[in-house]
Design a protein around this ligand. Structure first.
Ligand code: FE
Length: 178
């Protein structure tokens, strides 16, 4: 099975699941994040990274209330590693870094932290909290930190109930052209 088919299959099977403590489904969240990327004219690989940034949640079998149970699924690593069989680092690296980007922004920008949703603040604790100084330096030195930050910012706004955005089929050509 080609990876693009596996992705469509995953969203078909599990896309309706809730997005951890937020009012939208996994699929709605993915589509809204990708749409944010498109709205600002992001490259094709960043649109794909935005669409697939949380695919790790669909690959493992943790219950929806994992954060309540004090578990961090490390979905960014699971997703990036799985996608590496079909995509290059311009897709996998922003995904791998999107949780680090949140920890970075929480360290650098108090207002960013204040704006986070309740669920996102809750998972932050499990993800290690705001970065310390050496983590900040390491993050800034990584090649895809800028892209990781972009995905993060689109991610944070992609939780709007009932927002009309292009459907998954719209991204078929993006996935096939990678
Ligand atoms: Fe997300």
């Amino acid at each position: 099975m080609k990876i693009s088919d596996e992705i469509f299959d995953l969203f078909a099977r599990r896309g309706r699941e809730a997005y951890f403590g937020e009012p939208v489904s996994q699929l709605e969240h993915a589509l809204q994040t990708a749409h944010q990327a498109e709205l600002v004219g992001a490259t094709g690989s960043l649109v794909v990274a935005a669409l697939l940034h949380d695919i790790g949640h669909l690959l493992h079998r943790l219950p929806e209330d994992v954060a309540d149970r004090g578990i961090d699924g490390r979905h960014e690593l699971i997703g990036a590693a799985w996608l590496a069989k079909g995509f290059g680092e311009e897709v996998t690296e922003p995904i791998r870094l999107h949780v680090a980007a949140k920890r970075y922004l929480c360290r650098m920008d108090k207002e960013y932290f204040d704006r986070l949703s309740f669920a996102s603040k809750q998972s932050l604790v499990l993800q290690g909290g705001p970065m310390n100084e050496s983590e900040v330096r390491e993050f800034e030195a990584s090649s895809y930190s800028r892209e990781g930050l972009l995905v993060r910012q689109w991610d944070d706004t992609a939780k709007e109930v009932g927002l009309k955005v292009p459907e998954l089929s719209y991204y078929q050509t993006f996935l096939k052209n990678m």
